[in-house]
Ligand binder design. Structure first.
Ligand code: SAM
Length: 376
């Protein structure tokens, strides 16, 4: 018998299912129970709507070995996320209650329940639906009916499985729980057999549970006061412009690169003999930007500087670039909200005019640089 090969692989199809659910429902707080090697969590770090990701597994070693895969990409320190994002891994059992898992929009349990002994499964259902009580839960588990298409001697698919349910068993478990904890459930799955084979359902059966009520604050407070039992083994806060220090870095990077460019162009116009050098700089400006993401979608100074605000001007022996002009850059305006905030961010980073309305670039620094260059 030719074993079925799923394309994409079945585990990928389960992750795709979760991603599609997330795209539609945009949960902010997502937890994955039985997260194992953190593969699903890793994919979810790239999802724009998610601000908090939590993984729980009883296997501490695997969390410690794989936690690093959830660290922010180095590029995020140059180009921080627009949203905030924290990722935390806990070592613990899903049959135990811990307040760290309260208040989630979505909890996924992908191929987890079949690893639980009957006693733990009973505790788990109370922990998940009674205590954690997420707005939604996605539970996937093998459908034993499909096993005839996987092997001539259909047994459990994995030696650690404590049970494998047929569709009726899974659905009656899920419907009972939904009634008991006031959820509604919908059934689907991933991994389909060829159309000509007999109807055995999906290879992985999935229940999508949605909470029918809003929990009272009083009930949440009682739960929050529960003793913590999970052990935190990994925690990271992603660089994000929601944090003042990263917001400031981003604003300064955008505004100062524009200001530098405006000053340089102003000086080239002032000293037309440098026209040749200017042309080569303009050519350089046409180089494509290699950074990806929202930062790279910003318009170049060449595209914006002529169109908005007051131009740079000479006062004394310094070029002045008005902050008002920099504030007119749409991204700067969006990030700062007011000219005053931009001014505060600039303070201490550059020389400002006495009334704080412009960045001051003294000309003699330019001359020093020029002579340094010609020496070299
Ligand atoms: N969800 C993972 C995925 O889709 O890639 C795979 C899950 S793996 C088949 C089952 C995981 O459940 C294992 O990592 C195991 O350590 C974990 N597990 C088993 N019993 C558990 C329990 N009581 N509490 C938490 N995790 C448990």
């Amino acid at each position: 018998m030719e074993p079925i090969r799923f394309r994409p692989p079945l585990y990928e199809q389960r992750y795709e299912f979760v991603k599609t659910y997330i795209n539609t429902h945009k949960p902010k707080k997502v937890a994955d129970l039985g997260c194992s090697e953190c593969s699903l969590l890793h994919k979810l770090t790239f999802w724009d709507c998610i601000e908090e990701l939590v993984g729980v597994d009883i296997d501490e070693d695997i969390l410690k070995r794989k936690g690093y895969t959830l660290s922010p990409l180095p590029i995020y320190y140059l180009e921080p996320l627009e949203r905030s994002l924290t990722v935390t891994l806990y070592h613990g059992s899903v049959s135990e209650k811990d307040p760290a898992l309260l208040g989630f929009d979505l909890i996924t349990c992908i191929e987890l329940i079949e690893h639980l002994e009957t006693e733990d499964l009973e505790k788990f259902q109370d922990v998940l639906f009674g205590f954690m009580a997420p707005n939604a839960a996605v539970i996937s588990t093998p459908n034993v009916e499909f096993n005839v298409l996987l092997s001539e001697n259909p047994r459990f698919r994995h030696p650690d499985h404590k049970f494998e349910w047929n569709r009726k068993e899974f659905q009656s478990w899920a419907l009972n729980i939904s009634r008991q904890y006031n959820y509604t459930v919908e059934f689907t799955g991933v991994g389909q057999a060829e159309p000509e084979s007999k109807d055995v359902g999906y290879c992985s059966q999935i229940g999508i549970f949605r909470k029918n009520y809003t929990e009272s604050e009083a009930s949440m407070n009682v739960k929050k006061s529960c003793r913590s039992v999970y052990k935190r083994v990994f925690h990271v806060v992603y660089p994000s412009i929601q944090e003042e220090k990263y917001l400031r870095k981003v604003v300064l990077r955008i505004a100062l690169s524009h200001a530098e460019r405006m000053k340089t162009n102003f000086l080239h116009n002032l000293f037309p003999e440098d026209q040749e050098e200017k042309n080569s700089m303009v050519d350089n400006e046409k180089e494509p930007c290699v950074v990806s993401g929202w930062f790279s979608s910003l318009k170049s100074p060449a595209e914006t500087e002529e169109s908005v605000g007051k131009p740079p001007f000479l006062e004394g022996d310094a070029v002045h670039v008005p902050l008002e002009t920099l504030f007119a850059i749409p991204k700067v305006k969006e990030l700062c909200g007011s000219l005053e905030v931009l001014q505060n961010m600039m303070t201490g980073e550059v020389i400002l005019s006495s009334n704080g309305s412009a960045i001051v670039y003294p000309l003699h620094v330019e001359n020093d640089l020029d002579s340094d260059m010609s020496d070299a």
